[in-house]
Write a protein that binds this ligand. Structure first.
Ligand SMILES: NC(=O)c1ccc[n+]([C@@H]2O[C@H](COP(=O)([O-])OP(=O)(O)OC[C@H]3O[C@@H](n4cnc5c(N)ncnc54)[C@H](OP(=O)(O)O)[C@@H]3O)[C@@H](O)[C@H]2O)c1
Length: 254
């Protein structure tokens, strides 16, 4: 299937590694031009070097309002249109209720929820200039079932879904599609670090993969393929949807 992404202009946030990088790579393989962002110039340079001439980067911390403004202004100055935006950020810290402070909640609110709010607000005028505009919010399986020790993710990511579903009504008249993707376990550097932090990565991997019906974690390229489709004109009738990419890990009926 031709995803009709040739020459489309995509913004992929938090993309020097992991899920964002996987999405950027697939979009580029499908012919899109991609603007990446992240907080660290060196990592972004390495990512763009791997991705080739259809990638460029802007250094931006999506938890900061001023960085998001500068990111979108930078894109607008070059060409006033974005065809698709993959909204992603680093993960909020783990922790149980009794351990987390107001500061942890506040920082995570800006990182997880306000980044999505502000990116949407700032990018909408550029998306409205596209013939096939689409926003894809990257959340987590935690919006469907809470994950132990991840209170902040379990609490704040569902708010992104609430916004996405509301926007699906509010901005559909502009032709902007909004969807969300919910990864289970995709084997990125972050996941590998989490495994190492347990002190017994083999045992941790075995415990997790035994809870996944497909018997393994996903690969960033598998996640990227689903996201590239959802962002593409070929998904023109997919709107307001939550798509799990979890190897069957979610156990609910709906
Ligand atoms: N991998 C999974 O299985 C999985 C499952 C569910 C949810 N998630 C969530 O998906 C997101 C990405 O996970 P990942 O596994 O891809 O992590 P990763 O491998 O650690 O990559 C994170 C990327 O985000 C960038 N980043 C982090 N904080 C940022 C910020 N404030 N502003 C801009 N860029 C930022 C990092 O670059 P810099 O550090 O240079 O900024 C890096 O490029 C996280 O929120 C994670 O909780 C992941």
């Amino acid at each position: 299937m031709d995803l009709q992404l040739d020459g489309k202009r995509m913004l992929v946030t938090a993309a020097s590694r992991g899920l964002g990088f996987g999405v950027a790579k697939t979009l580029i393989q499908e012919g899109a031009e991609v603007i990446l962002c992240g907080r660290t110039k060196g990592s972004l340079e390495r990512a763009v070097h791997k991705l080739g001439t259809n990638a460029r980067y802007v250094v931006a911390d999506v938890s900061k309002a001023e960085d998001i403004s500068q990111l979108i202004t930078n894109i607008e100055r070059e060409k006033g249109v974005i065809d698709g935006m993959f909204v992603n950020a680093g993960g909020p810290p783990p922790g149980q209720f009794s351990e987390l402070t107001d500061e942890d909640w506040e920082r995570s609110f800006h990182l997880t929820l306000m980044s999505a709010v502000r990116l949407t607000r700032e990018a909408l005028p550029l998306l409205r200039e596209s013939s096939s505009p689409s926003i894809l919010y990257s959340t987590s399986i935690s919006v469907k079932q809470p994950i132990g020790n991840l209170l902040l993710s379990n609490s704040l990511r569902p708010a992104v879904i609430g916004m996405m579903r509301t926007l699906a009504e509010e901005i559909s008249r502009d032709g902007v599609r909004t969807n969300a993707v919910c990864p289970g376990y995709i084997n990125t550097e972050r996941v590998q670090e989490l495994m190492k932090a347990t002190g017994n990565p083999d045992e941790a991997m075995e415990r997790i993969t035994s809870s996944i019906p497909l018997g393994r974690m996903g690969r960033p390229a598998e996640f990227g393929a689903v996201c590239a489709f959802l962002l593409s004109p070929m998904a023109s009738y997919v709107h307001g949807a939550l798509i799990l990419v979890d190897g069957g890990m979610y156990k609910g009926m709906m």
